[in-house]
Write a protein that binds this ligand. Structure first.
Ligand SMILES: Cc1cn([C@H]2C[C@H](O)[C@@H](COP(=O)(O)OP(=O)(O)O[C@H]3O[C@@H](C)C(=O)[C@@H](O)[C@H]3O)O2)c(=O)[nH]c1=O
Length: 187
């Protein structure tokens, strides 16, 4: 039971959308970005060990689709603090009933949504406005050797990016395409 978040399930097993409930007054509002007590049902005994903040300057930029292999697999809580993004999450878990399916969600500074993405999912987004700021809470430290990505333009995924892609990192553009025998990752 949560007072500060409306916890919504999605069509992907174990992927939840949190709608934060700001407490407003004449000054503005206060909202919880995370709460270990109120999110106990989906967070369990994990720990937040790293918090990242990114700025993406130009509308149309794609970052993703990123994940870390076990034993550095991580749950992440992803929120947009400035601007708006078309956010995409793909279930890569071996044996999952929703394996290789994706979920898209508009995240914006105004809609107060946070994606609670469990271990074994890839994540990415396209910016819909200039100067988008994202906040990430991670349950595993960054491990460059365990980091991997899916190609955002892989036709096996057919992600419906809403606008022409204006920019991607060299690394993201070089992510391999999914091979026919790909059976998923261990969460
Ligand atoms: C993610 C990360 C990157 N880095 C470094 C690596 C690189 O030199 C620089 C920029 O990293 P990237 O290009 O991977 O940044 P970016 O493309 O923004 O990576 C992010 O993408 C989205 C989609 C996610 O889901 C995040 O978890 C994260 O993977 O920062 C860290 O030092 N610590 C970190 O935790």
């Amino acid at each position: 039971m949560s007072n500060r978040f409306d916890i919504q399930t999605t069509q992907l097993a174990d992927l939840n959308v949190l709608v934060r409930k700001p407490l407003g007054d004449s000054r503005g509002y206060l909202e919880r970005m995370f709460c270990v007590n109120e999110l106990q049902d989906i967070f369990g005994a994990r720990r937040i060990v790293q918090i990242n903040h990114t700025l993406t300057q130009n509308k149309g930029t794609v970052r993703g689709m990123h994940f870390q292999y076990a034993p550095h697999a991580e749950m992440k809580f992803v929120s947009c603090l400035q601007g708006s993004v078309f956010d995409v999450v793909i279930d890569l878990r071996k044996g999952s009933p929703t394996f290789l399916q994706w979920h898209t969600e508009l995240l914006s500074a105004d809609n107060h949504k946070t994606l609670a993405i469990p271990e074994g999912f890839a994540h990415g987004f396209q910016t819909l406005t200039d100067n988008c700021e994202m906040l990430y809470l991670h349950t595993a430290a960054y491990a460059a050797d365990s980091e991997a990505g899916l190609n955002p333009l892989d036709t096996k995924l057919s992600i419906p990016w809403p606008m022409p892609i204006t920019e991607m990192s060299q690394r993201d553009a070089a992510h391999a395409l999914i091979t026919t025998g790909f059976e998923g990752v261990m969460p």
